[in-house]
Ligand binder design. Structure first.
Ligand code: TA6
Length: 313
């Protein structure tokens, strides 16, 4: 509710899993589970849910939660010999009680810092020492920000490389009414065609069938326009050159046990990512990847807000 004091509350979520609830003074909120460092809710000051989480999502570790913002690290999808999308989304994170100074001013934000470090067992899977710090913050206007800082703490002088994605599931009214702007004319790898490389058409992207594309070297801003809801999601990213667009459509939806058969109509994944060129860190080096999401009322028809202006602004 507006006018309440901003708050950060550690509490129990589904199946008793620990989660942190962020609330800002104007009534916006966000929820992040320590399991997976996984944001599962982002609501407007009118309590509208902006992220999609499947009604069939399984909140039983180590199975990743279907929806919200899973974090893919140290491997995106099957781009390597680790499990699909790496292991960060299947691990328990801790609250970081002593984070190093944060690069930008957080005075007007409500936030929580989480940290993931490898256990001895993890070394068998990925023989590297690292510190993965994640700050989840709610801005005054209800914007949601995720900042990842990954440091190589190998004592053996070894560098390591990884790929990464914020696998964001946006909640949309009707996928056939959605258009994505900012990826026109870019090259992409089509995961539905053995990752063959193509060039996107010149118009905004719309959806009539399943899509699973990795857009390469995209602009730092992408707009997701939901006509029916008169809402535009503006995705801003930093340190994440690529963007993945995914919707499983009907057949794949039926094949996923933790996803409803018709739920593909109400979600779209647009993922800020670093895939084409893996990130390599020498010991002591740190990488930062930032995602900022805004939901702005838009009435595309009435021209109140022209996404192109958003993308140029
Ligand atoms: O990001 C798109 C993608 O890599 C798709 O290929 C699809 O597999 C999706 O992720 C979901 O992956 P998951 O492992 O969560 O079922």
């Amino acid at each position: 509710m507006a006018g309440e004091k901003p708050s950060v509350e550690l509490c129990k979520g589904v199946n008793g899993l620990d989660k942190v609830v962020l609330r800002d003074a104007l009534g916006s909120s966000a929820e992040v589970y320590l399991f997976g460092g996984h944001v599962t809710s982002w609501r407007t000051d009118h309590r509208d849910e902006l992220l999609f989480v499947s009604n069939k999502a399984i909140f039983k570790p180590p199975k990743a939660i279907r929806g919200g913002i899973p974090i893919c690290f140290p491997q995106f999808s099957s781009h390597g010999n680790l499990e699909q999308h790496g292991f960060a989304r299947n691990k328990f994170w801790s609250i970081d009680t002593d984070p190093p100074p944060f690069p930008s001013d957080s005075s007007n934000k409500t936030f929580v810092d989480l940290i993931l470090k490898p256990t001895d067992d993890d070394f068998k899977i990925w023989p590297h020492s690292y510190e993965f710090r994640l700050r989840v913050a709610l801005g005054l206007g209800g914007d949601l920000m995720l900042t990842s800082r990954i440091r190589n703490t190998n004592a053996d002088g070894k560098p390591f490389s990884f790929t990464f994605a914020y696998h964001t599931y946006f909640s949309v009214s009707d996928i056939s009414e959605v258009r994505v702007e900012g990826l026109e004319t870019l090259d992409y790898l089509d995961n539905l065609k053995e990752r063959e490389r193509f060039t996107e058409q010149g118009d905004a992207i719309t959806f009539e069938s399943g899509v699973d594309k990795i857009y390469l070297s995209t602009p730092t801003k992408i707009a997701i326009i939901d006509h029916e809801k008169k809402r535009t999601f503006v995705l801003r990213k930093d340190g994440l050159p690529d963007a993945v667009v995914w919707n499983p459509w009907d057949r794949k939806a039926k094949a996923m046990p933790d996803f409803g058969d018709d739920e593909y109509k109400h979600m779209l994944c647009v993922e800020a990512a670093a895939i084409e060129k893996p990130i390599t860190l020498k010991p002591g080096e740190e990488w930062k990847g930032r995602l900022e999401l805004s939901a702005v009322p838009s009435s595309y028809c009435s021209g109140q807000l022209d996404p192109r202006k958003v993308l140029q602004g």
